[in-house]
Design a binder for this molecule. Sequence first.
Ligand code: 1Q0
Length: 215
Amino acid sequence: PVAAEDQKFCLKEVLDTFKLCLSENKEVYLEHYVAGWRGLVRFLNSLGSVFGFISKDAVKKIQILVAFLNDENGSQYVTIQSMVKYELENELVDLTKCGKYPESGCRTLLRLHRALRWLELFLERLRTSTEDSKTSVMCAEAYNESLAQHHIWMIRKAANLSFCMLPGRPAFFEVMNVGPPEQVLAMLGEAIPLISEVYQITEALYAQHNLLDLP
Ligand code: 1Q0
């Protein structure tokens, strides 16, 4: 059998997964959130092994969250909201410095949450780009505006180096596997507001509970 990470990427599938993330009362389902990231990792893997250090970290974080979901307390992890409530009430989060819970659901999800902001910024640049725009520049700008602020110098350096290896815009659109560029742009127009809403809801939740700087 082919591992999920090796299946051919299709942007539409990832979009559909992020659509499933939001419940009626605007809670975020962890299962679908994680599935969305799995799809993105699949895309990243199809771009080549230079991005291996990025996808490895993402996979590790996905696995930590999936383990919580499959654990006996899995029902507490159905939504990000219930996870935050459960972990805080049971003091399962290191709030100020690393201690007993270096891999809490809250701190692990925060890393992916910050990366989601990068994704939103990057996709917005892609959507408004022109034929001669450089994916590497768009990616670096989005990164430096968001995720980079949370990374140590060495990671920033490695990340910015790897961006130079991104395929150009036409090849990039090709890998998305959506169809001609017009369709890619339309799909992005649909995806970005969704991703943005999931981001905003999580951001507000984390801000409300003072969790935006978890070590
Ligand atoms: C397309 C190029 C992808 C560029 C991804 C930008 C993010 C760069 C991040 C590089 C850092 C990775 C190394 C590990 C960092 C960790 O130290 C850090 C913090 O965790 P911790 O435990 O040390 O406190 N981890 C993170 O910040 C998490 C980073 C997760 C990044 C997940 C990126 C998944 C990539 C997806 C590709 C999407 C392509 C978009 C186009 C598709 C259209 C929908």
